[in-house]
Design a protein around this ligand. Sequence first.
Ligand SMILES: [Zn+2]
Length: 188
Amino acid sequence: MPSPLAHALAGLTVHVATAPAGELASRRRAAVTVGAALAPDLDFAWRLLDGVNHHQAQGHSIGVGLVVAAAVTLVAAAGRAPRPWALGLAALAGWTSHLLLDLLNVDTSPPIGLMALWPFSAGYFKSPWSLFLDIGRTLNWRTVRHDVVAIAWEVAVLCPVLIAAWRGRARRRAGAWHGARVREQISG
Ligand SMILES: [Zn+2]
């Protein structure tokens, strides 16, 4: 699995790329998107209930992502947040970014892959191409050294994507501003 830092970076990128104008600075929207991008790995905690490993099973699926998005929408509506369905969609986008990163990860812990399409399919899916290294879960010097390299690689891959999303936004805003100025001059 990629590190929590990689999932947080991906969630932040999704927020920057998809936030409507005026909501980029919304801490609530950013927190929902990044939180949803981190949340699927909470399935580690299921083991505490029955002693069985449920990691990357139903908790790593688009089906649970849809349930989480619906729950976020309901909570936002109950809290009278503006456009609650948009927060639900932000949660779904963050959740999906987690599945995408995990699909692109070297996976060395059986079962290999994730139950990404549950409840439509109970199969485990894995991309044939791996972009990220597996983060080791045992604490010894070799694992720590491997994890430092893996996290550095994640940052090297994901930070340019975040910067590109930011620049793409700035370019779109500059284009919209220029278009408005031209229309003003034509009508004036
Ligand atoms: Zn995961």
